[in-house]
Design a binder for this molecule. Structure first.
Ligand SMILES: C[S@@+](CC[C@H](N)C(=O)[O-])C[C@H]1O[C@@H](n2cnc3c(N)ncnc32)[C@H](O)[C@@H]1O
Length: 225
């Protein structure tokens, strides 16, 4: 996502109580970052401008949410978006945290003790050149990393407008040991826009473009008996 320089971004992020500056320090103790430590954690990878995760956090106070994006500039917009959604809703929300981090190294930030139950990957970069495939957030190499902190039964929800990424991701999931439990070739054709969609989804829907959807689950381990 290209974005103009925002001199206000870093100071605003630094001043915000719900932005986590050094996420590695929370590895294994993310529950301590939230007002209610016993709630499950849902993570959005590549949150962009943050409208989706902020609205989720507002609507679902019994879940903790962590939004990750590599760009501070983008995250700062996300922080403002969250503020606006919470102000318009007329309620303080303390179940959302934002952090700037490269998801390719997300295993430095999350582990099995962090109670992550769901991952959202919405409209991630398709990386169309073969030499860049490994940077895809749904590449088998990445999906293997997510297994380091996802427990059996937990799920990844993925959306994309990109046909090639969709085709590849259908193979990446089983390759990494996930079971695809739901697949929708053209989401807008069967599902009208909900109140909670991302900035990219809104754009693609308004252009009448197809959006592909996959929900994949990490299967329960087979009994050794
Ligand atoms: C195309 S945008 C989609 C944003 C949002 N999910 C949406 O649907 O509107 C992809 C986002 O992923 C972020 N991103 C790409 N690669 C990343 C990485 N390795 N680590 C963290 N964020 C990444 C980008 O900065 C960008 O904000």
């Amino acid at each position: 996502m290209r974005m103009r320089r925002k001199p206000w971004a870093r100071p605003e992020l630094a001043a915000s109580p719900f932005v986590i500056d050094k996420p590695e320090e929370f590895k294994g103790r993310w529950s301590e970052a939230f007002a209610d430590p016993d709630q499950p954690l849902y993570v959005e990878l590549g949150c962009g401008k943050g409208g989706f995760i902020a609205q989720k956090a507002f609507d679902t106070p019994d879940i903790n949410f962590l939004a990750v994006d590599i760009k501070s500039e983008v995250l700062a917009v996300g922080r403002r978006t969250a503020d606006k959604i919470f102000a318009e809703g007329g309620r303080t929300v303390d179940n959302l945290r934002l952090t700037a981090y490269n998801i390719e190294h997300i295993d430095n930030v999350l582990c099995g003790d962090d109670n992550v139950q769901k991952i959202y990957i919405n409209f991630c970069n398709p990386w169309p050149k073969p030499r860049d495939f490994k940077h895809r957030l749904t590449h088998t190499r990445q999906l293997e990393k997510y297994k380091l902190f996802l427990h059996p039964g937990c799920e990844i929800v993925f959306k994309t407008d990109d046909d090639m990424l969709f085709r590849f991701t259908k193979e990446y999931f089983p390759e990494a040991g996930y079971e695809i439990v739901e697949i929708i070739e053209d989401l807008p054709a069967s599902h009208p826009a909900s109140a909670i969609i991302t900035e990219h989804e809104l754009k693609f829907r308004s252009m009448g473009l197809p959006i592909h959807y996959i929900r994949a689950v990490l299967p329960q381990k087979e009994s050794s008996l």
